[in-house]
Design a protein around this ligand. Structure first.
Ligand code: FA5
Length: 346
């Protein structure tokens, strides 16, 4: 009897494992465990065994029944998963349905303007420089001829950063302008130089439509022999004309910055009314554009350049304000607002 049971167990388990689909598995189940199944019939026969063999044979029959039931359940699960996988693979896929639309973002208008400025100055032989946004007091002020007691320090309210720095370099500040990179570049590369420095600057300032506490500037520095303000005028006319795509005039007015001598302010002909007079240029035909001047000898010395041999000019304009001018934007705060209705226009 035991041999019969074992033989049946081996044969049925093999068939179960080999069942190709749910129907085949059901037939195997009926064949062995159905009302007249082979295994059922054997169990029925247990009653004819001698009394002393009945308990062990009954136990064995029970174990085999559990093993078969488990094997059938396991095989059924595997077959169901296989069927599901096949169905998803062969599922109809309509290639004409439009795909999902994902927002991929684009370049911020100030960065777009920065790349344009870099391209134009690059074409005129200027290199693009970079410098740290957190600066030492030395590079932001003293090296630029603005000592601690100088009233010109009041021109730029400053965020000081709690941090230790070299004694000679003073405290750390968020740079108030891009001018510190003038000295860093002179120290590193010496003369002659022809660079622009686009970058973010920070001022402790109440914000309004025209002022922000974080904004972008572009510094310019040209150092060589026999350099005059005429070169600055020529470069700026060329730059602005290429940028606005129409002839632009510039004019100098006296201005004061401790790091230039003489210092000046540069205005450009109103790009909105072409000098006919409008509300934006206050009917003067001119717009304020930037500070500039001949680099002060003390600044050249701080940059380890001999002022008796070399001279040059520097300028600094607001890249954020230039972007406003180019696109007629009337509130500077829009740039950092994260307002997509605004940003998606560029
Ligand atoms: C300077 O920062 C000087 N470093 C510029 C300079 C460089 C002069 C080299 C001489 C030689 P000023 O503080 O004026 O200068 O700032 C320059 C430009 O930054 C301004 O013309 C203006 O366009 C922009 N600007 C100044 N303050 C703000 C502000 N709060 N928000 C937005 N733009 C500003």
């Amino acid at each position: 009897m035991r041999q019969l049971f074992e033989k049946l167990k081996t044969a049925s388990l093999e068939e179960i494992r080999g069942a190709k689909n749910a129907d085949a598995l059901r037939q195997i189940e009926v064949k062995y465990l159905g009302r007249n199944g082979e295994f059922t019939v054997l169990i029925k026969g247990l009653k004819d065994l001698p009394a002393d063999e009945k308990p062990s044979a009954g136990k064995l029959a029970n174990e085999i029944k559990i093993a078969l039931t488990e094997a059938i359940r396991g095989r059924r699960e595997i077959l169901e998963q296989e069927t599901l996988a096949q169905e998803s693979n062969t599922e109809f896929f309509d290639t004409t349905v439009p795909g999902a639309h994902y927002e991929i973002g684009h370049i911020h208008p100030i960065s777009q303007m920065q790349y344009e400025v870099e391209r134009i100055f690059g074409e005129m032989g200027f290199s693009i420089m970079d410098g740290p946004e957190m600066e030492s007091e030395y590079y932001n002020f003293e090296g630029l001829n603005i000592p601690a007691t100088h009233p010109a320090r009041d021109m730029q309210d400053t965020f000081f950063v709690k941090n230790k720095f070299h004694d000679f370099h003073g405290k750390m500040v968020m740079r108030t302008h891009t001018s510190p990179v003038q000295i860093r570049t002179m120290e590193r590369y010496g003369a002659p130089l022809r660079i622009i420095v686009p970058g973010r600057v920070f001022r402790y300032e109440a914000t309004d439509a025209g002022h922000d506490s974080t904004f972008n500037q572009v510094e310019g520095l040209l150092i060589d022999k026999n350099i005059s303000l005429a070169h600055l005028k020529g470069i700026m006319i060329e730059f602005l004309t290429r940028l606005f795509g129409k002839p632009i005039k510039v004019r100098f007015r006296p201005g004061y910055f401790p790091f230039v001598e003489p210092g000046l302010e540069l205005d450009l002909s109103c790009v909105l009314c072409n000098m006919k007079g409008c509300r934006v240029c206050k009917h003067t035909g001119w717009m304020e554009f930037m500070g500039a001047g001949m680099v002060h000898p003390n600044v050249l010395k701080a940059g380890k350049i001999d002022p008796k041999i070399y001279q040059g000019w520097a300028f600094g304009f607001g890249l954020t304000r230039l972007t406003m001018l180019k696109y007629g934007i009337d509130d500077i705060r829009l740039f950092s607002s994260g307002n997509l209705k605004f940003l998606n226009q560029f």
